[in-house]
Design a protein around this ligand. Structure first.
Ligand SMILES: [Zn+2]
Length: 132
């Protein structure tokens, strides 16, 4: 029973995400504005709630991902995904980590294969969409 309810719950969330992604590509400008006004705050609230549960504890571990026997160092996978999609993905181009900044990379050859022009081009603003 719990397993079925879990499946129903997960399907409802996946379908909601599919619907929102679909709206972003199909809806006309006017509907898109009203959807953005109602849905963006819900999405940011969702991210906040999820990230709050994954804030590092005083030992620098994620309390949600850690078990009694295995400590999970922060930032855990939830924070890594959040950074990848919300910051590195292009919502905040001025904070693009691919640009040289105060942090000096130890190994310059491993800069994820980006060309110099790529970080400033318009296509750098398009978030990476994972298809599943
Ligand atoms: Zn975590």
């Amino acid at each position: 029973m719990d397993q079925i309810l879990g499946q129903v719950l997960r399907n409802a969330v996946w379908e909601r995400l599919d619907m929102l992604a679909d709206l972003a590509t199909r809806a006309d400008a006017q509907s898109l504005v009203s959807v953005a006004r109602s849905e963006l705050p819900r999405l940011t609230e969702g991210w906040r709630a999820m990230l709050t549960a994954h804030e590092p504890d005083e030992r620098g571990d994620c309390p949600t991902c850690s078990t009694r026997w295995h400590r999970c160092k922060a930032p855990c996978s939830v924070w890594q995904v959040a950074h990848e999609h919300l910051v590195a993905g292009g919502l905040a181009p001025q904070q693009d980590l691919r640009r040289p900044s105060r942090r000096k990379p130890k190994v310059p050859a491993q800069t994820r294969g980006t060309t110099p022009g790529e970080a400033t081009g318009r296509h750098a603003l398009i978030p990476q969409v994972a298809h599943h």
